[in-house]
Write a protein that binds this ligand. Structure first.
Ligand SMILES: [Zn+2]
Ligand SMILES: [Zn+2]
Length: 330
């Protein structure tokens, strides 16, 4: 496979083996665990919102310290999610030194969107089946490929509904590379410790910077619970909105779209049509006016010598895939 094909179809390590093994696991135990995890996310988010409202009612308006803790945690965990889980581990769109890889895996785990091996498996399945039977979160069809009852039912399914009842991807099929990746498999085993760290670190920061127990609570609420709630909503916008509304600049073979208005809070993820057209590209913003914070982080890592082999589509390749441009006959 040459570099051009890699940017269109995925890079070495992301190619799936021949379908000699099952792609999804029919396990009641795993399905229950997955549903409980989704319920825990909703409960923690609701707890965060209730505590925030309660504190506001009691006159505890968030201070610059609270907003700083929220922003710092949001950026760190969001980068772990988009740069680590998505661009590096799922699509191998750049290579990096081990300490950076481990840090990205730990930060991404703090997002509470499942372990790195689970996340990668599910997302590779999304690309494999995008907007067709097997896609875990398409606004157009169910896992089984049936059309949703209505437009709103499809939007609900692709936003949050899918998290409660999607099929469980077989990690041995989808993420064999990561199962064999010793340091990353170790982070995977310590997933709940990472999630707990994502709550303890902002709580400790809040306590130290405010110098009070009330500060511990506000750090936990803003940097932990509300941050989990907000970043989940950002990712759920990508699974739903970015397959329905917006611009379709490239022929990606699915319904993915680009949404400039979501670019800043999703750290560049909202250029989702660019991403589906070139999954091997580490950059999701492909024009100067498409802000892609995650991509800028990869470029900074490359400048520092901590990342290399950064995937970028050439101008010719982008031209070839523009919507409405038919491939020339040889
Ligand atoms: Zn992807
Ligand atoms: Zn997608």
């Amino acid at each position: 496979m040459n570099a051009t094909q890699e940017l269109e179809a995925g890079r070495p390590g992301t190619r799936l083996p021949r379908p000699t093994m099952v792609e999804v696991l029919d396990s009641r135990h795993l399905k229950t665990a997955q549903r409980r995890h989704a319920q825990a996310v909703v409960l923690l988010s609701a707890l965060g919102l209730a505590l925030a409202v309660g504190m506001l009612a009691a006159g505890h308006v968030p201070t610059w310290i609270d907003l700083g803790i929220f922003s710092g945690m949001f950026l760190a965990v969001g980068i772990g999610s988009t740069v680590g889980f998505h661009r590096h581990f799922t699509h191998r769109s750049f290579k990096a030194v081990t300490p950076v890889r481990v840090l990205l895996a730990v930060l991404g785990s703090m997002a509470m969107q499942g372990t790195v091996i689970f996340w990668v498996s599910l997302h590779r399945r999304h690309h494999q089946c995008s907007d067709a039977a097997g896609d875990p979160h398409s606004p157009h069809v169910s896992d089984q490929g049936r059309q949703h009852r209505s437009f709103l039912a499809g939007l609900w399914h692709s936003y949050i509904g899918w998290t409660f009842h999607h099929e469980v991807p077989n990690a041995a099929y989808y993420a064999r590379d990561l199962i064999r990746d010793t340091p990353i498999a170790r982070v995977n085993r310590h997933y709940f410790l990472c999630v707990a760290l994502g709550l303890l670190i902002p709580a400790a920061l809040g306590g130290m910077l405010h110098g009070s127990w009330a500060g511990v609570l506000s750090g936990l609420v803003w940097g932990g619970l509300i941050r989990i709630f907000v970043w989940h909503n950002m990712i759920w916008s990508i699974t739903s909105v970015a397959h329905v509304f917006g611009r379709r600049d490239f022929d990606s073979g699915d319904a993915s779209t680009n949404n400039l208005w979501l670019a800043l809070p999703t750290l560049g993820e909202s250029f989702h049509n660019n991403h589906h057209a070139f999954p091997g590209s580490a950059l999701m913003g492909l024009k100067w006016w498409q802000p892609d914070l995650g991509g800028w982080v990869v470029l900074a890592l490359e400048k520092l010598g901590l990342a290399w082999d950064v995937g970028r589509p050439s101008a010719e390749l982008m031209e070839k895939k523009l919507v409405g441009v038919r491939p020339r006959r040889a």
